[in-house]
Ligand binder design. Structure first.
Ligand code: GLY
Length: 408
């Protein structure tokens, strides 16, 4: 009798073990399937199709030939010249199209538009956007071609950008033209993105001091640009002489106290990049903190409203550009996680964002020639609200290529 009971108990234990294995298998299978259901190549081919449409329907006038944005309900791109802050994104998109397709026509176009930006590297710095302009265009060009001339331009641009650094404050002056109106040395969150050019130059034959400038800027921003919950101010104003922080305010957000979506995305991307370049765990920890508040406050569909604190939510416009920047950043962040659960967490959040962006709700398809709809540029100025904007397309393609390179 005792023997039979023992045998029964073993039988039940084995059964439970098999059942457990089955549940684990189903759980993993569903998870893997959910991720692999996203076809990266299909989305990149869609991007190529839209880029080809933009190239073919060239409505530019003379030097004003860089497609920047398409207003809600409009059909055609608004074009800008090489001085515009977004001028690097179109050549960047063309470089990404070349990277994916290996089509030489894209390489020719990418080089043509990148070359237009060269004077920026050798002129006095207008503002911090020089980093976006040169790194997204010529930076990607160099990465893909190893063209020595591009390297020279990148090094020159990094030196030009560094002229805006104020050692007393410990940051780059983002907008020299706004010193008077804002009441001092100003640094905006977006500026975090442009440290990448300085890091790159310091490691590729440029002045080693550029590395220290980038690290100092990141540390000063970490100290002054965030509230207790790790949401960021868009702008921090400092006393140019003493270096003391005067105030944290907004420029493109809903209010001084709000979390402007794209600003937070720049922070997630910027601190992740700082960890990549320095291996300083403080930056890795901080990137997770600024990502944490963003992820916690996202709406269900993973695409933020243009500002997390707009009182008119859910009737406020979305900002897909912030979602694209964040997706790209989280993919990189996931690669730095030694903990498998965290790695999977950031990767799956990024994939969920990309899946949603890749639906007909957000892809332009036949609506216009851009890749994506529903980004918001400058809501307080009522400019590019719920529009197609080139930087959303750029970071979407970047995120897709990152995902592809991760082998998912
Ligand atoms: N860098 C300006 C913006 O994010 O709109």
């Amino acid at each position: 009798m005792l023997k039979k009971m023992k045998a029964d108990s073993y039988f039940i234990q084995i059964n439970n073990f098999v059942l457990g294995l089955l549940i684990l298998y189903l759980f993993c299978f569903t998870k893997i399937n959910a991720q692999s259901a996203f076809n990266v190549n299909k989305q990149l081919n869609y991007c190529i199709q839209q880029v080809n449409k933009t190239v073919a329907a060239n409505n530019s006038i003379g030097d004003i030939n860089i497609p920047r944005s398409i207003d809600n309900n409009a059909k055609v791109w608004k074009y800008v010249d090489y001085k515009d802050w977004t001028s690097g994104f179109w050549p960047g998109i063309l470089w990404y199209a070349y990277q994916f397709s290996h089509d030489n026509q894209f390489k020719i176009q990418a080089a043509k538009f990148s070359n237009e930006l060269i004077p920026l590297a050798y002129s006095p710095a207008y503002d911090h956007d020089l980093g976006f302009q040169i790194n997204c265009s010529i930076g990607n060009g160099f990465r893909l071609t190893q063209n020595k001339n591009y390297k020279k331009i990148l090094l020159a641009a990094a030196d030009t950008l560094a002229t805006l650094f104020n050692p007393k404050v410990g940051t780059i002056l983002s907008w020299p033209r706004e010193v008077q109106s804002l009441g001092g040395h100003n640094t905006i969150m977006d500026n975090m993105m442009n440290l990448e050019l300085l890091f790159w130059a310091s490691k590729n034959g440029g002045n080693k001091q550029l590395y220290n400038i980038a690290v100092k800027h990141a540390n000063t921003t970490m100290k002054n640009h965030f509230r207790k919950d790790f949401s960021g101010y868009h702008v921090v104003v400092y006393d140019s002489i003493t270096g003391k922080k005067i105030k944290g305010i907004t420029h493109q957000g809903y209010s001084d106290a709000s979390m402007w979506a794209r600003g937070q995305s720049w922070a997630i991307y910027g601190f992740t990049m700082c960890y990549r370049e320095t291996h300083n765990p403080v930056f890795l920890d901080f990137a997770q903190k600024v990502a944490g508040i963003y992820l916690k406050r996202l709406p269900k569909d993973m695409i933020p409203y243009w500002d997390f604190d707009d009182k008119s939510i859910p009737n406020a416009p979305k900002d897909v550009s912030a979602a694209a920047v964040t997706a790209s950043a989280l993919l990189e962040l996931s690669t730095f996680m030694t903990d498998k659960t965290k790695q999977e967490y950031y990767k799956s959040k990024a994939v969920s964002m990309l899946k949603e962006i890749s639906t007909p709700k957000y892809q332009s398809c036949e609506v216009n020639n851009a890749i994506l709809l529903h980004s918001t540029g400058h809501k307080p100025h009522n400019s590019e609200v719920d529009a197609s904007i080139n930087y959303a397309d750029f970071y979407y393609m970047e995120a897709l290529l990152r995902l592809k390179n991760m082998g998912l």
